[in-house]
Design a protein around this ligand. Structure first.
Ligand code: SF4
Ligand code: MG
Length: 342
C-alpha cells in the first residue's frame, strides 16, 4: 500500500498576545492510495486546523506550524515554498468546506467558476473547460448540467451548492480530497445524498480522501481507517472495523457508546445525529492542558499516574495505535516549544 500522505508529529500553535493556543499538538497519521481516512473528535479538538495545516492555509501570524512533517509522496509540505504550495493546493490536494456559500464566488456562474479551475490547472481552452464543467456537474448528480452552468450560486439549494463544490474539488483530479464536515450545514436527507455521492466518487475515481467529522455514524459507513483526535493529539488510530470491534482508548469508547446503531445504511435510515452526549465534561483549555493525560479529567478509568505524565502513542499492532496508560507505560517525550522536531 502506497502512502500518499504521511503526517508525523504535527504541531500547529497560535501565538496570541498573552498566551499560546496549542490547537494541534502532536498528530500522526497517513493515508494510503484510494482509501478514506476519517478524522473524528469533538469540535475544537484540532481537526480543521489539521486539514488547514496540510493545505498550508494557516494564517501566520498568529498561527504557525511549530513541528513535525507533512510528507506528500515524501516531500515535506511544512517546508515547501509558497510557490510550490500554489501548485499543490486545489490541484493535487483539494478541499471541500462545511459551508459552500463561503467558498463559491457569488458574482460568477457555476460554469465560469469550474471552468476557471480547469483552465488554470488542466490548461483547457474555454470551450473544453465548459464541456468538462458540464460533465463534472453530471458526475456529481446534477441534472440539466448545460443549464446549470449558467446559474449563480444563490440560485442553487444548499445541497446543489455542495455538489458544485465537490465538482470543483474533483475538477483537477486531485490525489487527495479533504472534506471538512462537508454535510454538517445540510439537512438530513441532503446529507445522506451527499455522502452517497462521495462514496460513489471514491469508488469510481479512486481518490484518496480525508473525511473530517464529529459524526460517528458517518465514520462507520464511509471510512476505511479512523484517527481519533482529542485536545490536539491523536489518541487512537485503526481500521474502522477494528476500531469499532476492538476499541481501546476510553475516549473512543465514550464516543462509540453515543452511537447506538452502526453499519451500512443505518445513518440514512435513522437520520439522527449523536455527538458524544455520554461523555461528561468538556475539552480542556487549549492554553493550559492538564499535566498528565489530556483526557484524565473526564476519564472513568484514570489512574494516579494519568495525572502525572502524558502517555505516548504506541503501536498495539501495525495498524492499531493508542495513547493510553492502560496499554503501555511509555511516556510522551516533550520537546521544547518552537523546535521543528519529530
Ligand atoms: Fe484514561 Fe489514563 Fe488512559 Fe488517559 S491514560 S485515557 S486518563 S486511562
Ligand atoms: Mg471544524
Amino acid at each position: 500500500n502506497e502512502k500518499i500522505i504521511e503526517v508525523k508529529g504535527l504541531k500547529t500553535h497560535f501565538h496570541l498576545h498573552d498566551h499560546t493556543v496549542r490547537a494541534v499538538d502532536g498528530v500522526d497519521f497517513y493515508v494510503n492510495a484510494g482509501e478514506t481516512l476519517g478524522i473524528v473528535g469533538e469540535s475544537g479538538c484540532g481537526k480543521s486546523i489539521t486539514s488547514m495545516s496540510i493545505m498550508r492555509l494557516i494564517q501566520s501570524p498568529p498561527g504557525k506550524i511549530e513541528g513535525g512533517e507533512i510528507l506528500f509522496h515524501g516531500e515535506d509540505l511544512v517546508t515547501a515554498t509558497e510557490e510550490r504550495m500554489r501548485k499543490i493546493r486545489g490541484n493535487k490536494i483539494s478541499m471541500i468546506f462545511q459551508e459552500p456559500m463561503t467558498s463559491l464566488n457569488p458574482v460568477y456562474t457555476v460554469g465560469y467558476q469550474i471552468s476557471e479551475v480547469l483552465m488554470l490547472h488542466r490548461k483547457m481552452t474555454q470551450d473544453e473547460a465548459l464541456k468538462e464543467s458540464e460533465r463534472l456537474l453530471d458526475l456529481v448528480g446534477i441534472s440539466d448540467p448545460e443549464e446549470r452552468v449558467n446559474e449563480y450560486p444563490f440560485q442553487l439549494s444548499g445541497g446543489l451548492r455542495q455538489r458544485v463544490m465537490i465538482a470543483m474539488a474533483m475538477a483537477c483530479q486531485p490525489e487527495i480530497l479533504i472534506a471538512d464536515e462537508p454535510t454538517t450545514a445540510l439537512d438530513v436527507t441532503i446529507q445522506a445524498q451527499i455522502l452517497h455521492l462521495m462514496k460513489d466518487l471514491k469508488e469510481t475515481q479512486n481518490t484518496a480522501t480525508i473525511f473530517i467529522t464529529h459524526d460517528l455514524a458517518v465514520i462507520a459507513s464511509f471510512t476505511d481507517r479512523v484517527m481519533v483526535m482529542y485536545s490536539g493529539v491523536c489518541v487512537e488510530q485503526a481500521p474502522v472495523k477494528e476500531l469499532f470491534k476492538n476499541t481501546k482508548h476510553p475516549y473512543t469508547e465514550g464516543l462509540l457508546s453515543s452511537v447506538p446503531v452502526l453499519g451500512e445504511g443505518k445513518y440514512e435510515a435513522d437520520g439522527k445525529r449523536r455527538f458524544l452526549k455520554t461523555i461528561e465534561g468538556s475539552l480542556p483549555d487549549q492554553r493550559n492542558y492538564p499535566k498528565g493525560c489530556r483526557f484524565a479529567p473526564r476519564c472513568k478509568k484514570a489512574m494516579a499516574k494519568c495525572h502525572e505524565a502524558e502517555p505516548a502513542l504506541i503501536d498495539l499492532t501495525d495498524e492499531h495505535q493508542v495513547r493510553c496508560f492502560l496499554y503501555s507505560d511509555e511516556i510522551q517525550v516533550k520537546e521544547e516549544a518552537g523546535k521543528n522536531g519529530k
